[in-house]
Ligand binder design. Structure first.
Ligand code: ASP
Length: 310
């Protein structure tokens, strides 16, 4: 086994203007992120697979009400929750994804079950829910995901909508979680989970569960998890775009990720960011929004976490 390993996690990107969070809230979020990175580092150091580590990290992020995934996910226009998640193994290119599920506390676990125990990659809606039940995965009432903050954000979004058809204030719209890792066998993995965007309608699905858009991993290049305005990440096939720039254009991870985040996405008005790791353990965490909840660490650097630009 190699000595090298690396992990990065995110809790969403958006207009996280300084001053919106109290200093105590900031400290708590940063400490939550660092604790999760440190746990992931220990597992990687012990030889755990990147796939298991990203699943575990995303599960912890889903369980944390600060983030828009699992408990604490945003509300759709009907006042309910529809959750999306994906996981991908860079070694085998196996992948699992679900969208529009309403009763699974940890959607990333359902995505992993799709990958391991079905012959498919992507299950949606009622079928994905039936699969989760058949797998014996835990079920909760849809209201279990709701927090007072998300209820208030839906009320705000609906109020804004009454006068502006396309709200531009993005702070209450984003907040997906994700993780990418390189393990000591040299394998990469990525996972992403989200409640989507506040006030979403008509069964809207974003980039997070779409392999190549919001989630991608390939040992040949990199593992990527995205966050931001999903429609743009879909149109730019953002995560695979980064891998393709490396594989076919010879770009470094840094050049590829920054080109997508600072050139491609903004060319259509896309806001957000990505976390990415390559097969040598280089990490990139970049965003074109005011902030992105993020944490990282590797075989020689203990856990770091940030919200805004450095
Ligand atoms: N990308 C997610 C989506 O569009 C939202 C987010 O990252 O916060 O569903």
């Amino acid at each position: 086994m190699n000595e090298t390993y690396a992990i990065a996690i995110h809790g969403g990107a958006g207009a996280l203007s300084k001053g919106k969070l109290t200093p105590e809230q900031e400290t708590e979020i940063l400490s939550v992120l660092s604790t999760m990175v440190e746990a992931a580092r220990q597992h990687l150091a012990a030889g755990e697979s990147a796939l298991n580590v990203v699943q575990q990290a995303v599960r912890s992020l889903e369980d944390c009400p600060w983030f828009n995934a699992g408990h604490g996910a945003v509300l759709n226009s009907d006042g309910g929750h529809e959750l999306d998640a994906a996981i991908m193994c860079g070694h085998t290119l196996a992948a699992g994804a679900v969208s529009g599920i309403r009763f699974s506390p940890n959607p990333v676990d359902v995505a992993r079950a799709v990958m391991e125990n079905s012959e498919h990659v992507y299950l949606g809606g009622a079928g994905a829910e039936a699969f989760a039940r058949a797998q014996g995965l835990p079920q909760v009432d849809n209201h279990w995901f709701t927090t007072p903050l998300r209820r208030q954000q839906l009320d705000t979004a609906k109020a804004v909508e009454a006068v502006i058809l396309e709200p531009t204030a993005s702070d209450y719209k984003y907040g997906t979680v994700g993780a990418v890792a390189l393990d000591r066998k040299g394998h990469l993995a990525a996972a992403t989970s989200t409640g989507g965007i506040t006030n979403k309608k008509f069964g809207r699905i974003g980039d997070s569960p779409v392999i190549g858009a919001g989630t991608y991993a390939n040992d040949l290049t990199c593992a990527v998890s995205a966050t931001g305005h999903g429609e743009h990440f879909l149109r730019h096939v953002a995560a695979h775009n980064i891998a393709a720039r490396m594989q076919f254009g010879g770009q470094t991870l840094h050049a590829a990720a920054t080109a997508v985040v600072f050139e491609d996405l903004p060319s259509t008005g896309g806001e957000g960011g990505v976390i990415a790791v390559d097969a040598r353990g280089n990490l990139v965490l970049c965003f074109n929004t005011e902030g992105m909840y993020r944490g990282w660490g590797n075989y020689e650097q203990s856990a770091q976490s940030r919200i805004y630009e450095d």
